[in-house]
Design a protein. Sequence first.
Length: 122
Amino acid sequence: MPAMCRTSTILVASFLLAGCLAQEGMPFAGGMPEPASAERGEAVAQEWCATCHARDETERMARPVEAGDGPSFAEIARREGRDELFLWDFLEEDHFPMPTYRLFPRERADIAAYIVSLRTEE
């Protein structure tokens, strides 16, 4: 293969690889990722999840009967094996009867950080 053709092939392959790495699930594409934020996660959870999930048992007990009855975030946090990686993966999949929300990877990481941060409460 001529040197010019080989160089072009390497350049194209490099661009394709960079594009693949920039896809969701590759945390180091484009540099070090920003750490997950429990504060941002709380805001996202309030927007998308609070219809069915309360922050903790106190909030859950204060809700109207017709509100969704998913476990509180604090209850989820106390369940064995519910670390940030588990929660991040869990939020990627559909779990009926939960509504299907397509969260960005950053939002999933932030919600996972928020839920794990509640482990010490109560």
